[in-house]
Ligand binder design. Structure first.
Ligand code: ADP
Length: 646
């Protein structure tokens, strides 16, 4: 018998499971059944795709039994099985780094996130919510040895070679739970049936429950006891059934199992395509973004089946990255069963299914957005939930999915200086005065400035005065994505039946060229008058700035910084530097000053060079500070400011 230690993360997880996460204890059964079903899927696939397994006769099934007196619950499958190495790797470690990162976050606030437990692929360990000892007996398909894994879920596990057969056939896995006092309620026919119906009814393999059916005489004594085995799930692939025979509950139930979610989905889309391509898809939008949405090694949410045979649930190619929050199934009639991952990547059929699925999803999102305008409160709330969770990944689609860019442009939402809540590009141009040429926005850089900071930026002053709306982009990816858009296009049906395309340029207000619509400076001679002042400042600041200009966008503030049209913004430059892009040439801002401001105009009559240097330095540094940019020499700023104050 060999003793093994759990990987540190597993110990931490188990500790959490045992001490904090009781809120939804029953889901452990769903997790074990789902593992059994995956194991059957894997073996079924091998029997059709791999010569070595073709002779194996497979009657796939999952069996559940229990013993009330001994407080045990047993789940068996005749799937792929595990050998010694598999047991050590699968039931002693957590492979995905995303899961590990999530666990760290979870540890801080375990109770609050307790119902996320099933969502991050640590399914098996959840059985320790109901058991204080677990035995797993397993034999891998086409191998001769059986192995027994045992653990009390504390710090390690034991593995030994055993003679028992696991599961029904010659291969498979049996999981025996030694239930805790609280877990003992699951050694019961009715609770098992209830849980399986609720979570695992659509598992594609039959699930059988074995129980003692007791007969009682008139006096209440046991007359006879017969062992019965009933099938307890309906087990049809839900996506292959016709929509008319399915109820909303069926869809919701299937989602909970598929998405490891205890909540109902926000939305579902069931499609059956017939014709040149034959396939079924079912897609779900969760109510909450998956925990690993922003991890590079996120777990993909869409499973691929071919003619109802499970192929993979770990192929990121099935959905574009920006739609990684979608959960669901793609089942194709046309793909060969023995598709390999490499083949999948260049497969035309799959590419077509994928592109049709993306179009379908985007058009459903559009419908959801339209319903929010024309429908009732519920439709509005649904759309708001959607945007609050998925606006950001959708924005990624603006640069990832060029073919659907126009559709995505109408889905993404922004905050604005003109209205409360979310608004779209289409709404913006709808509100625009007839002579306005561009759409204006302000970004906070990839550090993601706070909305409040952006709203009080001096860059907005003149736009506010002229009642020009500015979109507030406080998402940290806005600064990367929005400038790549260049313009917003809208197609409207023209008078003669042709579609007319209108287009508006998108302009960041922190850009040198974004002030053309703000009008000339009030005083014609302003430029001339300000010239000596500008020159004084320029001389004082030297190579800290690219240029010093008279501003058209300032009303109350004395100064602001803008980026040259072809330069990255200052915030962006700061981020690139932080990321170690030191080789990047230093980006210098353009300083704009307000010719009507007393501080600026005051410089006219000052000739003391030290004093000019102090005022100019403060004008630049305060403009940087308001934009949330870190000063390279804060003490220099403070010294200058103090000299001026005294
Ligand atoms: P997940 O199922 O999300 O991968 P689990 O912790 O539930 O996470 O399971 C870990 C791994 O253990 C599985 O990926 C699988 O390789 C293996 N495993 C668990 N249960 C079984 C089973 N009944 N038959 C075969 N392998 C299993």
């Amino acid at each position: 018998m060999a003793q093994h230690q759990f990987q540190t993360e597993v110990s931490r997880l188990l500790h959490l499971i045992i001490h904090s996460l009781y809120s939804n204890r029953e889901i452990f059964l769903r997790e074990l059944v789902s593992n059994a079903s995956d194991a059957l899927d894997k073996l079924k696939y091998l029997t059709v795709a791999d010569e070595a397994y073709k002779t194996l006769s497979l009657d796939p099934r999952i069996d559940i039994s229990f013993n009330k007196d001994e407080k045990t619950l047993t789940i068996s499958d005749n799937g792929i099985g595990m050998n010694e190495t598999d047991l050590i790797d699968s039931l002693g470690t957590i492979a995905r780094s995303g899961t590990r990162i999530f666990l760290e976050k979870l540890a801080e606030d375990a109770k609050k996130d307790s119902n996320l437990i099933g969502q991050f692929g640590v399914g098996f360990y959840s059985a320790f919510m109901a058991a204080d000892k677990i035995d797993v007996i397993s034999r891998k398909a086409n191998e001769n040895a059986s192995w027994k894994w045992s653990s009390d879920g504390k710090d390690g596990f034991e593995i030994e070679n055993v003679s028992e057969t696991a599961g029904r056939g010659s291969q498979g896995t049996t999981v025996i739970l030694h239930l805790t006092d609280e877990g003992a309620e699951y050694a019961n026919r009715w609770s098992i049936e209830d849980i399986i119906k609720r979570y695992s009814n659509h598992v594609a393999f039959p699930i059988y429950l074995t129980y003692e059916d007791k007969q009682w005489d008139d006096k209440g004594n046991e007359k006879a006891s017969i062992t019965k085995t009933d099938r307890i799930n309906s087990g049809t692939a839900l996506w292959r059934r016709s929509k008319s025979e399915l109820k909303e509950e069926d869809y919701n139930e299937f989602y909970k199992q598929l998405g490891h979610d205890s909540e109902e989905p926000l939305h579902y889309i069931h499609t059956k395509a017939e014709g040149t391509l034959e396939y079924s898809t079912i897609f779900y939008i969760p109510k909450k973004a998956p925990f690993d949405l922003y991890n590079v090694d996120y777990k993909p949410g869409v499973k691929l089946y071919v003619k109802r045979v499970f192929i993979t649930d770990d192929d990121k190619e099935l959905m574009p990255v920006y739609l990684r929050f979608v959960r669901g199934v793609i089942d194709s009639e046309d793909l060969p069963l023995n598709v390999s991952r490499e083949i999948l990547q260049q497969n035309k059929i799959l590419a077509n299914i994928k592109s049709a699925s993306v179009k379908k999803l985007l058009s459903e999102f559009k419908q959801m957005a339209d319903n929010a305008v024309s429908g009732g409160d519920e439709a509005k709330e649904k759309w708001e939930t959607f945007i609050s969770q998925f606006n950001r990944p959708l924005k990624e689609g603006l640069y990832q999915d060029f073919a659907n860019r126009d559709t995505i442009q109408d889905l993404v939402r922004f905050k604005s200086t003109a209205v409360e809540g979310w608004t779209s590009f289409a709404d913006y141009v709808g509100r625009m005065k007839s002579d306005q040429k561009n759409i204006y926005y302000i970004t906070g850089g990839t550090g993601g400035a706070e909305e409040k900071t952006l709203r009080s930026s001096p860059l907005l002053e003149a736009y506010r005065a002229k009642e020009i709306e500015v979109l507030i982009m406080d998402d940290d990816i806005d600064d990367l994505i929005i400038p790549t858009l260049h313009s917003y296009r809208k197609e409207t049906p023209g008078a003669d039946g042709k579609t007319e395309t209108q287009s508006w340029d998108l302009k960041g207000v922190n850009r040198a060229g974004a002030d053309e619509e703000l009008g000339e400076n009030k005083n014609r001679d302003a430029e001339k008058e300000a010239k000596p002042v500008l020159e004084k400042i320029k001389k004082a600041l030297g190579d800290r700035v690219k240029d010093v200009k008279l501003s058209r966008r300032l009303h109350d503030s004395p100064s602001c910084i803008v980026a040259d049209d072809n330069d990255p913004s200052m915030q962006m430059a700061q981020m690139l530097k932080a990321m170690g892009q030191a080789s990047m040439q230093e980006i210098k801002p353009i300083l704009e000053v307000n010719g009507d401001h007393p501080i600026v105009m005051g410089l006219k009559n000052i000739d003391d060079e030290d004093r000019i240097a102090d005022v100019s330095g403060v004008l630049l540094d305060q403009a940087l500070l308001v934009e949330g940019i870190k000063l390279t020499d804060p003490s220099d700023f403070v010294k200058r400011l103090n000299r001026l104050l005294s």
